[in-house]
Write a protein that binds this ligand. Structure first.
Ligand code: DGY
Length: 320
């Protein structure tokens, strides 16, 4: 008999088709599972779970007595109760490294779009408002030769530093749990304490993983420490910042603008006050979402699942 797999959200269709040859797969491609008895049944029978951002809590695991592996199609795994999974000897895997360049491209795109006000000016042209030449109040600010502060110099942070240093002659400051020699040697990144980074950077880019320790890492005091001309980019997780404090900082002119790929609640609600501000550029959490990268991530996640269910060590196991 085939082993049973529950597939949840955004597993590439080609990868899903391959998995269906080997396993008995029940698939939920959207948030459609809430209250769906098919989901509860699939959970009850699943040997493995693969997908994006399913909240794997103690309560959910109580309903999934056979699960041996949870394979995340993402590098972040703040959706998993790792302690509980480990206690139950359930393997947890993620998809690191393959999304570094794609995510760095997206974050740099967001930074450029915010600095040069690209969405606002795109709207201006398409709305037929470009009837006279642009006024200075509509100008953006330079990116090249400015100072970029990266909080969280992991692999994605390093890929951002590479773009900033080699492509835009930016000066890089970074704050991280440990020193990163690659970034220091190749991209002349300078380590500093958080407060110093906030005070000196023209652009502040937040890339730390979400954990209890990083909840509201950037709040009122941190925004007040930034330059009044600073642009803040959040490419990490929504919970790492205090959104209300960001709104206040933008409205009070404590910082110039913000680019956000992630929100405290996702999807964010249309009445989130940040969405009403023209100096906020938003994305719907698409750091790694390109056709190529989503496929590679699905493939790696499927490989993790396959290995785990075959009793082998998955390539990117988190809880060794
Ligand atoms: C990741 O891989 O963690 C992306 O943010 C998608 O969740």
């Amino acid at each position: 008999m085939k082993q049973k797999v529950l597939s949840y959200m955004r597993v590439d269709e080609r990868v899903l088709a391959e998995l269906e040859k080997e396993f008995d797969v029940t698939s939920f491609q959207n948030h459609e599972y809430v209250g769906d008895p098919r989901f509860d049944q699939a959970l009850k029978e699943a040997d493995g779970i693969i997908g994006l951002a399913l909240k794997v809590t103690k309560e959910l695991l109580e309903l999934a007595p056979n699960v041996k592996i949870v394979s995340n199609v993402s590098v972040g795994y703040d959706n998993l109760d790792l302690e509980e999974l480990t206690k139950r000897q359930i393997m947890a895997t993620n998809t690191p490294n393959i999304l570094d360049d794609t995510t760095a491209d997206a974050m740099f795109g967001l930074l450029l779009a915010t600095a040069r006000r690209i969405p606002e000016l795109d709207h201006y042209v398409k709305a037929g408002q470009w009837t006279v030449s642009l006024q200075p109040e509509q100008y953006g600010i330079d990116v090249h030769h400015k100072t970029l502060g990266i909080i969280g110099m992991g692999n994605i942070g390093t890929a951002i530093a590479k773009r900033a240093h080699l492509g835009f002659d930016m000066k890089i400051l970074y704050h991280n749990r440990s020193r990163r020699t690659e970034a220091e040697e190749r991209f002349q990144a300078t380590y500093c304490e958080l407060d110093e980074l906030l005070e000196r950077s023209d652009y502040v880019c937040l890339m730390v993983p979400a954990s209890k320790a990083t909840k509201h890492l950037i709040g009122k005091a941190e925004f007040q420490r930034m330059k009044r001309t600073a642009i803040f980019i959040n490419g990490s997780r929504g919970q790492n910042i205090d959104e209300e404090a960001l709104y206040e900082a933008l409205v009070q002119g404590e910082i110039r603008a913000a680019g956000m790929d992630v929100f405290t609640e996702e999807p964010t609600r249309p009445d989130n006050p940040l969405l009403s501000l023209s100096n906020v550029v938003t994305l719907p959490h698409i750091g790694s979402s390109t056709i190529e990268c989503e496929y590679q991530m699905s493939k790696l996640a499927a490989d993790n699942l396959r290995k785990g269910l075959q009793g082998q060590k998955p390539p990117t196991l988190i809880n060794e």
